[in-house]
Write a protein of this length. Sequence first.
Length: 536
Amino acid sequence: MPFLLSKIFKNIMTNINYLHQQAQKSLNHSDFQTAQQYLLTILKQDKAFYDAYFLLGIIEAELGQYNKAVSLIQKAISIKETAEYFAHLAKCLAMLGNSNETYGAIVNAEKFTIKRALTLDTLGVALSRLGQHHKAIEYFERAIEISKKASFYYNLGASQTFSGLFTKAADSYEQAIKLEPLFYQAHSSLSHLGGVDKNNNHVARLKDVFNKMTHPDAKLHISHALARELDTLGYYDECFNYLDTAKQQKLNKLNYNFKQDLELFDGLKRLFTDTDFLNKQWEEESTEKPIFVVGMPRSGTTLIERVLTNNTGIKSAGELQEFGLALKQLTQSPGRYILDPKTLDAAKSINFSELGTYYINSLSKVIQKEQRFVDKMPLNVLYGGLIAKALPQAKTICVIRNPMDTIWGNYKQMFSLNDPYYNYAYDQLSIAQFYHQFVELAEFWQSIYPEQFKIVSYDAFVQNPEVLAKDIMAFCDIEYTSDILDITKNTAAVATASSVQVRSPINTKSLGGWKKYKEHLQPAFNYIKGKGFYIG
């Protein structure tokens, strides 16, 4: 290379290295806009600078734009493969609910010798999203051996919780709090483990943390933690006030109106009252027999899943997003929401046999061929009729619980703050309206597809589990044995808010829990009573 060209090339590389360093510094300080500017400047000079694509992908992931993040990280991998890139790709794919591709990215990452703590932790997060919590624990522990970071301890605690290792989980959360006293997610998760009494609780510490928090999301986490402990200690008014104040602050930040959900419920029923659509047949129909357990959150779906998967022939697949993603993929409907009126309109034109096949194939790396499994995504209730058309041999169990217990359970539950499908849960009247529409939709699905969709009462089940379990098993074509009711023997991980409760035998302790808050739940109570629901 001539001297002059060599000097120019050296100057360019020096400039790129400087820009790269500045981009990393900006990214570490969450100054995403500045970091993007540096990275785009790099790519104008060198389109093959793979780490620029990767870091742009990380920025998109931080902003919740996981599809964009996947494309950018895949671009980086197409130029240079590293364990770090595959690990972050796996995490982004997991956040999108793509189990097959997540699994593939993890396998590719594991081909490398991994020495970076963050890469190990990232793989652990991806594995936990796949429900492989025991393996995730191994990765989190390896990460902590290299770097004792609060977030690593928190992630470890989460997988330990889902695996039923509650004492170890408490220790992990405490380690996270010791390293970062205002780590609000760790405080919230620790309170979820229970074991609280007047002499052993975190109320004083939580109140101190609450007073130091300014962001509505942080306050919401701590208010839920306080509410759990104050409820256990019998301070019901104080419990509700913490919840109500923090939820209202969050609701004020959202552009939410229940009419958005109502439009979806109405659209689903309209679609299945279209005679041509309802009667349309396809030449090839799926013979797969998955079991869907659906219902409103906090209605007992995890309990029913645990009973079903106590049968050794039935595998728990966790709460999968794959059916909704398959529908979105086949309809190619615009917009960022997986299910919306545009998707429903486009669904009229798809081949539902292809939809069923797409769904099953999307799980080929996590579910063995012809293995019966349970998909326990509660809000798959919205897809009840679509599931019946796409998978004629599938069975759907829909769990319905006492309306006020369900409303209170949803109001006091901490859902994903970035998931628009749970926006209803910040206001008790919206929850009551959602419950009303949910029950009407479930009854609608059962009336159209009685051989595929079955409503089960949670309240009746816990009071007489043997009778209802036999009925459920017969409906799902599963042999009933008395030992399936001993859910304490089910050692599979539980990645839901019920991870602590379902480690205990079937009981009626939670029935009527809302009554302690009847005075505070009058808007929801009056609405539900006005709609003619039996409250008890």
